[in-house]
Write a protein that binds this ligand. Structure first.
Ligand code: SAH
Ligand code: SF4
Ligand code: F3S
Length: 458
């Protein structure tokens, strides 16, 4: 039996995909890359913006078509959209199984049953904000530890979940309603996973959590925060880099910055979304800081951790965002001097506070124009910032051959492919070198810079 799995979501989502892929293989299924040649199609979905859901629905339309010529094909929809839409998705002609992020440990079994012609099945949390039952939590934890995290990941790298869920309830955000309450995983489990990854040749581990800096776990009387977890992870011999995403501004304490400054294995990369530069909008979003406090935090981070690279997230066109509010965001971006920024147009999500109580009153063309403007502002900053790195020697972890042509092709030959790599600060560096370097560290001298990419020589 063959299966194909396609992910539409974030890193957390891709990690779930890796676990499910590994579990399916253990259950005797073979990986395929095309639905037309498969017996099972699994789609891992995201609900964060409407666009993400639309992509999945259009993919389902495509599968409905394929099913006409392959009536036995089993289609399972997992992930955040599965949790959010439940029955509604199950009613879709193209769908056999709907499985929430908290039920993925049951997915291979459900698929097996459907292949044996059992009825369609819905497996989602009924009360997503209720404390997870002990037995269910145990099942998920065992599933997490029993499966291979390296499926479909870049060579030498792996993501490890440190936390599930989220308790912040930013008013625009669906995540707390689809991923459930915040829960930190036991450090012992996390570290034993990291040791196992090391045995498989993993050198870079990225710890995942929606608000990773609020990680907290008490084990045998010892309290673990993110700083302790970073120390524990980097103490694993053979692991060379440890990173973490994503941080929530008011949870970032000094111990985390001190670990970044003092421990050479902890990467100096901080993903710290601000979402807006207007205090009025921050309040409406239920973000618990002002733009002034946020900027002070950046100043402190740069003082404590020289060389730190900071990335941000912004939502433009949130409910009630005036020109003045947007200018405050532009001004914050100019002051913050991010390494890079992810910018999104506000998309109302069913069930969130903003969708229920606030009006989505910024017209689409204004959202678009603000998005473009903010990207331009950041692009100039990235270009300047990257320009300062020209001439520097940097240590990079090589991802593999580049799919796009970035450099002069004529300088490539059989032994020297165009490679994509990243520094610990998450700068992308493109250079020519042997393909065997994939998954290895290299020293590269930066020769040229653009807004998105650095170019170098081995
Ligand atoms: N937990 C992380 C990331 C959550 S989702 C955090 O708090 O930073 C990733 C990003 O998507 C968010 O940072 C936010 O910028 C964006 N986002 C979330 N909900 C959105 C919505 N309804 N519309 C547009 N962008 C949204
Ligand atoms: Fe969503 Fe806010 Fe939680 Fe991030 S912190 S996942 S934006 S609710
Ligand atoms: Fe990730 Fe999207 Fe879910 S961003 S947590 S897959 S809603």
């Amino acid at each position: 039996m063959k299966f194909v799995l396609k992910s539409f979501g974030c890193q957390m989502n891709k990690l779930d995909s890796a676990l499910v892929t590994s579990a399916m293989k253990q259950a005797g299924f073979e990986v395929s890359d095309s639905p037309v040649e498969s017996d099972v199609v699994i789609i891992n979905t995201c609900s964060v913006r409407q666009h993400a859901e639309e992509r999945v629905l259009s993919h389902l339309g495509h599968l409905k078509h394929i099913r006409k010529s392959r009536p036995g094909l089993v289609v399972a929809v997992m992930g955040c959209m599965a949790q959010r839409m439940g029955e509604e998705l199950l009613a879709n002609e193209a769908v056999d199984i709907v499985c929430g992020p908290g039920q993925i440990d049951k997915l291979p079994e459900l698929i097996q049953q459907r292949l044996e012609k059992k009825a369609k099945h819905l497996a989602v949390a009924e009360k997503i904000r209720a404390k997870v039952e002990e037995s269910e939590a145990q099942g998920l934890e065992e599933f997490e530890v029993a499966n291979d995290l390296t499926e479909d990941q870049l060579p030498g790298q792996a993501y490890v979940r440190a936390m599930r869920g989220c308790n912040k309830f930013c008013t625009y955000c669906v995540v707390p309603y689809v991923r459930g309450p915040e829960a930190s995983r036991p450090p012992e489990s996390i570290i034993s996973q990291i040791k196992h990854l090391r045995d498989q040749g993993i050198k870079l581990v990225t710890l995942l959590g929606q608000t990773i800096d609020s990680y907290s776990y008490t084990e045998n009387g010892k309290k673990w925060g993110l700083a302790e977890l970073l120390e524990g992870a980097s103490a694993v011999e053979g692991i060379e880099w440890v990173r973490f995403i994503t941080s929530y501004p008011t949870d970032l304490d000094d111990s985390i910055l001190a670990a970044m400054a003092g421990n050479p294995k902890v990467c100096k990369y901080l993903h710290l979304p601000a979402q807006s530069g207007s205090d009025k909008i921050l309040k409406a979003m239920n973000r618990t800081y002002t733009s002034g406090q946020y900027l002070e935090l950046l100043t402190k981070a740069r003082e404590m951790v020289p060389g730190i690279a900071i990335a941000g997230d912004f939502i433009v066109g949130f409910c009630g965002e005036s020109d003045e509010d947007f200018e405050a965001t532009v001004s914050l971006v100019q002051k913050a001097r991010y390494k890079s920024c992810y910018i999104f147009k506000y998309s109302p999500r069913p069930g969130t506070t903003a969708e229920k109580r606030l009006e989505d009153d910024v017209p689409e063309d204004v959202k678009k124009a603000r998005n473009t403007r903010l990207l331009e502002v950041q692009s100039l900053i990235s270009e300047e910032d990257n320009g300062r790195l020209v001439g520097r020697r940097m240590r990079v972890l090589v991802e593999g051959p580049s799919k796009k042509a970035h450099l002069d092709k004529s300088s490539q030959d059989v032994d020297h492919k165009q490679l994509i790599s990243r520094t610990g600060e998450d700068y992308i560096v493109v250079f020519n070198g042997p393909a065997q370097l994939a998954g290895q560290f290299a020293q590269v001298k930066i020769t040229k810079a653009s807004a998105l990419t650095l170019f170098g020589e081995l």
